[in-house]
Ligand binder design. Structure first.
Ligand code: ZN
Length: 230
């Protein structure tokens, strides 16, 4: 039990936090996420594949409210957003399990590892935090080996070579099924690398699930011409 004075301090800190907050989607003041933008985070699962052919299930596209919320979580440290985002990711996890008729119990949920510099900067690991907020049991089967260069601004081929050899297994999978999980998929090079490292560890990788996938060029055009994707 918290001492009453500790509780008072905690509530005033929470109140200060709330008063300073603004909605990442629309900018409305004094809210961590307004109701309308929370509704924008409703998952609508999208199926993709990685360059190596791994099936990927994404809860949403990385644009508008979703993109703003993910940036606020990752770059602004607004971990309160990890709960609504984690619940959306959980829908992608469910879709991935359902597609192969796998039960949660038989599949290890393996997050893409975070570099130690990103962990030091943020104080949390994004995929793991999202999974934990939705109540998933996480198997930290992989670790990041050394520093990985920034993937932003690289084309698909450069992304593949940039991540090659950057992950290694930290425990044996004993032929257990595994689902690879990350926050955002761009080309899928990182998911492929994580899947390859998991296979080396002895896991049988069934698919990947991500919170958001960057929209394809054709989808961007469709969205710009008036049909707002939900
Ligand atoms: Zn809003």
């Amino acid at each position: 039990m918290l001492h009453p004075s500790r509780l008072r301090t905690l509530s005033s800190e929470l109140l200060a936090l709330l008063l300073a907050a603004s909605c990442p989607g629309c900018g409305e003041a004094e809210t961590v996420l307004c109701d309308s933008c929370r509704a924008d985070l409703q998952p609508s699962v999208i199926a993709r594949t990685t360059p190596a052919g791994l099936p990927v299930f994404a809860a949403m596209t990385f644009e508008s409210t979703a993109a703003n919320c993910i940036r606020r979580l990752k770059d602004g440290g607004e971990t309160l957003l990890a709960t609504p985002l984690g619940l959306a990711l959980d829908a992608a996890v469910d879709a991935a399990l359902l597609a192969g008729a796998h039960s949660r119990r038989e599949v290890a949920i393996v997050p893409v590892p975070t570099s130690s510099s990103a962990f030091r900067r943020r104080g949390f690991r994004v995929p793991e935090l999202l999974l934990e907020r939705s109540g998933s049991v996480v198997t930290r089967a992989l670790v990041q080996r050394g520093a990985r260069g920034d993937q932003r601004g690289l084309d698909a081929a450069a992304r593949v070579s940039n991540v090659r050899g950057t992950m290694r297994p930290r425990r044996s999978g004993h032929d257990r099924k595994a689902l690879i999980v990350d926050d955002v998929m761009t080309t899928g090079a990182t998911l492929d690398e994580a899947a390859a490292a998991s296979v080396r560890a002895g896991y049988h990788v069934i698919a990947a699930a991500v919170l958001a996938v960057t929209p394809r060029h054709s989808e961007r055009i469709a969205n710009a011409s008036g049909t707002r994707s939900k």
